[in-house]
Design a protein around this ligand. Sequence first.
Ligand code: CDP
Length: 210
Amino acid sequence: MIIAIDGPAAAGKGTIAERLATHYHLPYLDTGLLYRAIGKEMAEGGIALDDSLAAGQVAARLDVSRLGDPNLRGHEAGELASRVAVHKQVREALLQFQRDFARRPGGAVLDGRDIGTAVCPDADIKIFVTASPEVRARRRTDELRAKGRDVAYERILAEIRERDARDSGRAVAPLKPARDAHLLDTTDKDIEAAFRAAVDIIERAKAERE
Ligand code: CDP
């Protein structure tokens, strides 16, 4: 069973995907980490983020054994990721690794922006997780403040809107629900309720197939 979870920043897809993977005993790949690692490596190496050729080269020799680096999870790495994710060369270089991961025996859970549309168009279950920009900005602000960061809600909201526009507006593999994706709006749901809604979607889809 391949489960594809897509959606915009801070909609809750990572947490839902991780919990689904535990629940169904499947391996889990957070594909955002791939783009984060590339963005970070380029920024640290002083390479311009809009250099698509250089970005493609960094992507081609990406060391996936380092995706566990906690520094990749930060807010800034997410911004860098979104800027390198626009390059066709980057997305092509990452495609095979993601597909191989998805095709493991027994299946896998992958989350990102283009799993249901580009990476695994044949996924058994596709869920597109959304929430209003205001609620997503509130969650991100609370998350950063809990880590001791002094951030302004208005700035985070502006960044979320900007990232949505960049991710949805890019030419290659833009953020959008696959035609056969189930929509899961988490605006009024906490993690537990969102997870339960995702399990319901999966169980209903499985029952329909049997
Ligand atoms: O949860 P959050 O959106 O903050 O981070 P993420 O899922 O790690 O994604 C960071 C950025 O990577 C996104 O804004 C996308 O531009 C890019 N990304 C992508 O283009 N395709 C994916 N499959 C995953 C992430």
